[in-house]
Design a protein around this ligand. Sequence first.
Ligand code: GLY
Length: 393
Amino acid sequence: MTNEMTSTAFESLVADAVADAIVVVRRNIDRFGDAYVDDTTRQDRYPLRPAYGPFAKGQNRGWTTSFVPGMQWLAYDLTGDEGFREQALRHAADFERRLRADEDLDTHDLGFLYTLAAVAPWRRTADERWHAVGIGAAERLMTRFLEPAGIIQAWGDLSDLQQRGRTIIDSLMNMPLLTWAGDQTGDPRFADAVRRHTAQLCAHILRDDDSTFHTFYWDAETGRPLRGATEQGASDDSCWARGQAWGVLGFALNYGATGDDTLLDAAWRCADYLLRHVPADLIPYWDLVYSDGSDAPRDSSAAAIAACGLYELAACDPDRARAARARREGDALLDALIARARPANPEDAEALLLHGVYNLPTRTGVDEGTLWGDYFYMEALVRRTRPDWQRYW
Ligand code: GLY
């Protein structure tokens, strides 16, 4: 945000961006109905999720499908329009079916999926049906907790030797489902898992220079920390931009859940490293190893997630001067996203946010809209517009 821009001018820019986002979410309900779109756009259009193995085209599988009802809940929170609520509840019913049918659940991303698809509907309707789905998903996530390492395994079947003992920075975002389940049931296993998993990430996935590994392996038999490695970043010792952004938001949310000051410190370490390594226009390159002048693609979704993390820090950091700085930095990222990644014509757009990267090493979803970029951009708009907004996480 330029120094000259007044806060009223920024607020009016944000209000316009909110109005555009609501238009896109509404039109996507007309376009896609109950079907699930793919993780990213192709040339700015969302294709339906392709058929894969036993799954039909447009079926609910993978880690990103809950961002669609997530955006519908955000639109409902902003407008009170029952159409958004009804469609989000239709998705909640499909996530209930997915859990009961045990479809594509061998992943730590149960947290992303069921926080938005079960906890959010429960928070907004108080219907016990969604409560039961959320608790079922949290119990399933707990089966991935590995002793003696004290981590939740990220990917794959637990007997998959390639994935055994591995977790990833994104996993921080899966902890709020466990925190919620612990609060609801009073069962200390959930909070214990959150405390141990986040402590392991703080100690090993966050490097001494405040950058992060994308993934880290532990010896599943002895619990010994082994080594960091990347999957979606430029190299094992580079810093994948979205991973760093997951660190900002994930550590901040888990600080709120645990009150552990080392997690607050970790969130700030991730934030300051990211802010020191973004180019002048503030939209991160897909890996923070690149800097001004590079023609590497940008990942707008990393900026959207980091903006939410900074707004979370603005809300939870007891140091009020630091909280005010977090809000200013969050505003600067949001302003840059509105200026550089918002589609020109919301009536025609299918993504809320352009110019994201899913996985550059596999050339998947490069310079495209992404479901999580759309969701967290909209969450950042909601956080900025509604300071009293009750989050789903
Ligand atoms: N959580 C997977 C990703 O950020 O690509």
